[in-house]
Design a protein around this ligand. Structure first.
Ligand code: S3P
Length: 417
């Protein structure tokens, strides 16, 4: 499985701001994380790619970035843009963050609001990209209650907090992935954090370190569901990141009847990692517990496919955030699964999916990598071929998906656009 996207973004960012040379192993060489690496190269950071999944970052220190040579294009990456907004708010220069069509429609007020409270000045297009982040602003710490559970917002605040006078605190309505906190600690920055809160003070330094990035659980998720759905399957996925704030899908699939075993559970660079063995098992629909939703926020497209192939009804609620991801994932998955013969009712914050027989047909991923890969899994169990449109963005998070999928028993062919 490819390296973790969330961790790869953060590794580049902290390594760039550290003193000394950091080595990143297991880096995700995808479009999103390459865009983040390119952003720092534009700001004067030398980054070597000895191999595709490795980066050597020559850190310039907290105040060593220089004004970029043009706009910074974050591509499709919400994580890249939101975290960079926080980090750029503390610089001595202005910078403009742009993105592709999908990113240009995503809400940025959630970061602009707290960063402005810290003293930043950020202009947007009615709360959406491009973002013009002004430099030379004196930032100060805030004590912020996040209105939505978002690791990106929390991380933007913490990264601005590195440059702020005094203490910066973030509190979340539900705990989210704590990669920024864990990685700041690994780079030697004093940070206190626990379930749903984090705090740090400005005025320290980041020290270069070695980062070993685990495999991305969200990428593994497509294979976990594929193996669960295809009779006779048994697959092993190695070195998968098992941070509890990411692995809600395991809990939900097990409640649906899935056979998922964890082996060799261990720590690696401050992260939980394990090998997973997944065997075919018939699934039944469940009501997804609302408190698990943030722990599987990126896995709903593939859960919808598992639900479509399960016996009985699966109900999802409390997941309105899905409507502002790379696409409106509730709408895109509902439309696609309906085209494959599944009965699915949308609600504002979820869906009710009746398991049934998946037929062949044409579906549209709306440029969303996770929807495209989910439809590929649907095609694996459908009774006739599924034609998946607008799927080039798979490379944002999972370069080589088609080849790896085909080597494990999928039958994916490139179509004509
Ligand atoms: C991410 C946080 C989540 C997730 C995204 C990656 C991160 O978004 O959906 O894919 O790396 O911090 P939110 O912060 O919007 O919940």
């Amino acid at each position: 499985m490819p390296g973790d996207k969330s961790i790869s973004h953060r590794a580049i960012m902290l390594a760039a701001l550290a003193e000394g040379t950091s080595h990143i192993a297991g880096f995700l060489d995808g479009d999103d994380t390459r865009a983040t690496a390119r952003a720092f190269a534009q700001m004067g950071v030398r980054i070597e790619a000895a191999r595709a999944c490795e980066r050597i970052v020559h850190g310039v220190g907290l105040h060593g970035l220089r004004a970029p040579d043009g706009d910074i294009d974050c591509g499709n990456a919400g994580t890249g843009m939101r975290l960079l907004a926080g980090l750029l708010a503390g610089q001595a220069f202005d910078a403009t963050l742009t993105g592709d069509a999908s990113l240009s429609r995503r809400p940025m007020r959630r970061v602009i609001e707290p960063l402005t409270q810290m003293g930043a000045q950020i202009e947007s297009e009615g709360g959406m990209p491009p973002l013009r982040v002004h430099g030379k602003r004196a930032l100060h710490g805030i004590d912020y209650d996040l209105p939505v559970a978002s690791a990106q917002v929390k991380s933007a605040i913490l990264l601005a907090g590195l440059y702020a006078r005094g203490e910066t605190r973030a509190r979340e309505p539900h705990p989210t992935r704590d990669y920024t906190e864990r990685m700041l600690a690994a780079f030697g920055w004093p940070v206190e954090f626990g379930a749903g809160f984090a705090k740090l003070s400005g005025g320290h330094a980041l020290r270069a370190t070695e980062v070993s990035v685990p495999a991305d659980f969200s990428s593994a998720a497509f294979f976990i569901v594929a193996a669960s759905l295809v009779p006779g399957s048994e697959i092993v996925l190695r070195d998968v990141g098992m941070n509890p704030r990411r692995t809600g899908l395991v809990q939900v699939l097990r409640a649906m009847g899935a056979d998922i075993r964890e082996m060799n559970a261990r720590g690696q660079s401050g992260e939980d990692v394990a090998d997973l063995i997944i065997k075919y098992a018939p699934l039944r629909g469940i009501d997804v517990p609302i408190e698990v939703v943030p722990d599987m926020i990126d896995e709903f497209p593939i859960l919808f496919v598992a639900a479509a192939a399960a016996r009985g009804t699966t109900r999802v609620r409390g997941a309105a955030e899905l409507r502002v991801k790379e696409s409106d994932r509730i709408a895109v998955m509902a439309r696609g699964l309906r085209a494959l013969g599944i009965r699915i009712e949308e609600t504002a914050d979820g869906a009710s999916i009746e398991g049934g027989r998946l037929e062949g047909g044409a579906v549209d991923s709306a440029g969303d990598h996770r929807c495209a890969m989910s439809f590929a899994v649907a095609g694996l169990v459908a009774r006739a071929p599924v034609r998946i449109g607008d799927c080039a963005n798979v490379a944002t998070s999972f370069p080589g998906f088609k080849e790896l999928a085909n080597s494990s028993g999928f039958d994916l062919a490139a179509g004509t656009p």
